[in-house]
Ligand binder design. Structure first.
Ligand SMILES: [Fe+2]
Length: 276
């Protein structure tokens, strides 16, 4: 009920053109330059059946595009215990939650592990859960998923690849500080510790409605928050290019009638240095 009030009081209006924007984003994806699309969650507002049906139809152009598709659930997609019990997310995205290492799964479809070409791997974890207390929207990666990720990262199929670790919740904010207990990832420190040794990789997330990148001291992979692809005045995404184990990232934005990538590489800032 609290989510419904929040939606009607303004959140919904900020996504009024979401379907049109997704169509334009699919145009961008289908331009031929994109090999893989990663959605970092929150396809719906409250995980209703109608919302899931709309979301599934809206992502169809991405699913049928030549680019591969990987997604994780957001907290809005696992909004209530009923939504989780009925497995609405898993049912809606059936066929899109496949993994190349089924033996690594420990929690429903998670972690999802995908191997692309001979140089890229994705490890996708679920950090979303229902929050029955209305003022909380925090997340948690179950420890068994973290343990499975540690094990996957040590496997020979993964070792020499650039690894994108994907989950909905941002492990930190743009300035590197933790998100609030009511909104953030409850076990962000454990998650970051589990990722710390990934020498060649990046952490991709969402949940925070800002497109940013940040690097933490002693944590090797850089953190990229996609923000929201469709939220009014905050539309954004990241486009990545991996070559010879080196990542370049370009910020994408909305230009009233389409998406474009901002010119020039958004340069990596020095480790432990100031924000870009
Ligand atoms: Fe979220």
């Amino acid at each position: 009920m609290a989510g419904g009030v929040n939606f009607l009081r303004g959140r919904g209006r900020r996504f009024e053109r979401a379907l049109e924007k997704l169509d334009r984003l699919a145009d961008f994806t289908n331009s031929g330059e994109v090999d893989l699309v990663v959605f970092s969650g929150d396809f719906t507002a409250m995980g209703t059946r109608a919302e899931f049906a709309t979301a599934r139809a809206a992502i169809q152009p991405f699913v049928t595009s030549p680019a591969e598709f990987v997604c994780v659930a957001g907290n809005h997609d696992l909004y209530t215990r009923t939504v989780v019990r009925e497995k609405r997310f898993e049912t809606t995205f059936e066929g899109l939650l496949e993994t190349d290492l089924p033996e690594a799964r420990v929690d429903g479809p998670w972690p999802i592990v995908r191997l692309f070409g001979d140089n890229v791997a994705i490890v996708a974890l679920n950090s979303a859960k229902p929050n029955p207390i209305p003022w909380r929207s925090s997340g948690l990666i179950p420890p068994r998923q973290l343990e499975a990720m540690r094990s996957v990262l040590g496997r020979p199929e993964i070792e020499d690849r650039f690894v994108f670790i994907v989950t909905h919740y941002a492990p930190c904010l743009e300035d590197g500080s933790p998100d609030t207990p009511a909104h953030g990832l409850e076990n962000a420190e454990e998650f970051l510790r589990a990722c710390a040794g990934v020498g060649c990789g990046a952490i991709l997330c969402g949940h925070v409605h800002r497109t940013y990148r940040t690097r933490l001291p002693a944590i090797e992979p850089e953190i990229f928050c996609a923000g929201s692809a469709t939220m009014h005045e905050l539309e954004g995404f990241w486009m990545y290019d991996v070559e010879d184990g080196h990542l370049t990232a370009h910020r994408g934005s909305w230009t009233r009638d389409g998406y474009e990538v901002e010119p020039g590489e958004a340069h990596l800032r020095p480790e432990g240095g100031a924000k870009e």
